[in-house]
Structures are given as C-alpha cells and as structure tokens.
Design a protein around this ligand. Structure first.
Ligand SMILES: Cc1ncc(COP(=O)(O)O)c(C=O)c1O
Length: 388
C-alpha cells in the first residue's frame, strides 16, 4: 500500500494564532471566560445574528449543556436523526432521554420532516436537527413544526458555520444551537465549540451551567459577595488559549471560505462536467451515473440555500463500490473517509434501547454504507483533483 500523501484533513493555520496566544499569556488569564472568549462570543453574535454565545470545549459540550437546559428527565423523548455523530445522541442519552430516531430524506442526509411529525407524542420534549455538510434546507419548516407542537428545537450546526437559509444564518433558528471548532471544521481551535442561546428563557441557567453549576459569573460581576453551587453543571468553558487561537482563525474567516468555495467548485466540476470518458475507463456506467446524479442534487440544494463548503461527499450505488473507490484512492496515496454508522443499529442502542435497533431506516443505512468524503482542507494541493 502507498503511504498517504494527501490526508483527509489538515488543520489550517492563518499565522495569527500564536500572536494571540502570546497576548493571552501576557494578559495573565488562561482559564475560561477571559478577553478572547468574550471577543469571540461578541463577534459570533454580531456577525451571524446569534443569540447569546457561550464558548465551550467542544460542540459535544455545547450539546450536553443544551440537554441540561431542557431539563430532560428519564423517559422524555427527543427526536433526532440516526445518521449523525454520536455526540448528538450522547448528550441526551446522558440525561436519560429516550432517543427517537428518524430516517433522512432519500436524496440528502437531513431528517425527513413528515416522519419527524409522525414521531411526536405527549412525551416528546425536543427535536434535534443536524445540518449535514452545512445545509439546513428545511429549517424554517422545522421551526414551524416545533412551534405548532410546543416543542424545543435544537440545531446541531457542528458543520454549519456561515451557512444561510433565506438570508438568515443557521444557528439562529433553534431555541438552542451548537457549532463545532474541531480541527476538521472550517475554522477551528483544535477542539472547541459554542452554545448559542436564542431563546432568552434559557439564558440565566446557561450562565450557571457553563460555570460548573455555580453563580460565579454574578460573583465576578460584583452582584454577589460569594458564589455557591445552585444547579447541575460542568466544566464546559473553552480555555483562553484555545479562544485566542480561535480569534486568530475568525479574523480570516472570509479568506478561508473563499478558498473552500474554490475547492468545492473544483470537485463539483470534476464529477459533473465532461469527465465521463475518463471515468468510464475505470468504473462501470452505473457508478458514473450515481456520481453525476448526486452532484446535480447537491448543486440544486446549494443554489436554493447558501452552504458553507464544509465537505464534499459522493454516494455510491453499493457498499462494495464505495470500498473499491476508497481502496483505489488509497493506492494513489489519497485518503478518503466515510462516516456516521446509523446510530439506531449501534452496539449501545442494541444494549440500551433494543426496540430502536429493530427500526427500518433505509435512507440512513444507505448513507452509512455508501457515502464517502473526499479530502477537503484549505491547503489541499492543486493537483489533488487531477489525481482523484
Ligand atoms: C453533527 C455533529 N455533531 C456534533 C459533533 C461534535 O463536535 P465536537 O468534536 O466539537 O465535539 C460533530 C463532530 O464532528 C458532528 O459532526
């Protein structure tokens, strides 16, 4: 096997991060909620129109805060996609929720709205929608659905920074929303995330939960003469060192997005325009058709909404052909990956919610078995596309 020359991801550095980290060190406050944390939070609020932002150590942490804020009790039901990252589910499972898995749409890995509505009952507390690849096509309909049934809407926008639907940024629709700044994301701080509190009824408790369940924020603001333990909470904050790093990334967001757009469009042209003969040499016509169809589907969605060029994926006609494709690329030194095994079939769900493991969610399974992500990062060498 050839060594990997083109990895799947390479965290991009803007060159500003270390200067800001040095500044943070000079300021003498390195734990959370310092100068850079506040600067990042304010920028996110101003630039994207988000409600109050709380930087966290990860998007996972932000989702766990959301579950605490919803006051989920054992037996409460939360509707979420099966095709998602474990953190979407774990956050609510940790609070004892029953996870109610929905299938995705057939052509795109976003939850099926009609099916979600059919899953709502008197125990349902919240709908958690995941903006796969930075798209949130039906988010307005989900907002209406949640309002109609008096439910909370949570946006897992881990992949969706800078994406819009009808001129409004994803992350502004949910009562609560989360973004990730993991090193695979468009802008990153190694690990990191943010909880966005759009519904003001959650604001006061969010401050407390973020501060390990204490009213330390009020103490620091001089509103109390001591602080104490008053609610559940945990060490959710992002360190100032990470916030300083993130601030360096935020300064370059426009340039990063422009570069990612160019990469995305390069891939898109590769799989849709005038390359048929080249592919036919190696792969069968069916595979070719599957790739071309998907490309058009993505493009249509892309035009309707404004995505953020987070990732580029293909869906094959079979599990075997996906494997062949991944192996073929690897033999050329290019690492492509797949992700999200349908959660309803996971070992955890088989052990803890066995009735859910029996569900038939065919579209989730198709994406689990046939989707592949191509290498996608700022510094991707120009000749990668030709190689692929
Ligand atoms: C949809 C989704 N939710 C949550 C997460 C967790 O993010 P983090 O790694 O910042 O905890 C991820 C990670 O990529 C994700 O893809």
């Amino acid at each position: 096997m050839h060594p990997v020359q083109i990895p799947f991801n390479k965290p991009h550095l803007t060159g500003k991060e270390l200067n800001y980290i040095q500044e943070a060190v000079a300021k003498g406050k390195l734990s959370g909620n310092g100068f850079f944390t506040q600067a990042c939070q304010q920028l996110l609020q101003k630039k994207f129109g988000f409600g109050t932002c709380f930087l966290t150590h990860s998007c996972t942490g932000a989702l766990e805060m959301a579950a605490l804020l919803l006051d989920i009790q054992p037996g409460d039901e939360v509707i979420l996609p099966s095709f998602t990252f474990v953190s979407t589910a774990n956050a609510f499972a940790l609070r004892g929720a029953k996870l109610v898995f929905s299938d995705t749409l057939p052509g795109f890995p976003e939850m099926d709205l009609e099916q979600v509505e059919s899953l709502i009952n008197s125990k349902t507390k919240a709908i958690v929608i995941v903006h796969y690849a930075g798209f949130g096509m039906q988010i307005q309909a989900y907002r209406q659905l949640a309002d109609k049934h008096g439910l909370m809407l949570i946006e897992d926008a881990a992949q969706a920074i800078s994406s819009k639907v009808n001129e409004k940024y994803l992350g502004t629709f949910g009562d609560l929303a989360s973004l990730s700044f993991h090193e695979t994301k468009n802008i990153q701080s190694g690990q990191g995330g943010v909880l966005i509190v759009n519904n003001p009824k959650f604001l006061e408790r969010a401050r407390i939960i973020w501060e390990k369940g204490t009213d330390r924020s009020s103490f620091f603001e001089g509103k109390k003469n001591h602080y104490s333990w008053i609610d559940l909470g945990s060490s959710f904050q992002m360190s100032e060192l990470s916030a300083a790093f993130l601030w360096g990334q935020m300064q370059e967001l426009e340039g990063i997005q422009a570069r990612r757009k160019a990469i995305w469009e390069g891939y898109f042209r590769l799989f849709t325009v005038g390359k048929s003969e080249l592919f036919a040499e190696k792969y069968d016509q069916l595979l070719l058709k599957a790739i071309a169809n998907l490309g058009q589907g993505q493009a249509l969605e892309f035009q309707k909404n404004v995505g953020n060029y987070h990732l580029f994926y293909l869906v094959f006609d079979s599990f075997q052909n996906r494997r062949r494709f991944i192996e073929e690329l690897l033999s050329q030194g290019v690492l492509s990956v797949f992700h999200y095994q349908s959660l309803h079939k996971s070992e955890f769900i088989r052990a803890h919610q066995p009735e859910s493991a029996m569900l038939e969610l065919p579209n989730s399974d198709i994406f689990s078995e046939r989707l592949v992500r191509l290498p996608f990062y700022y510094d991707l060498p120009e000749d990668t596309k030709d190689k692929i």
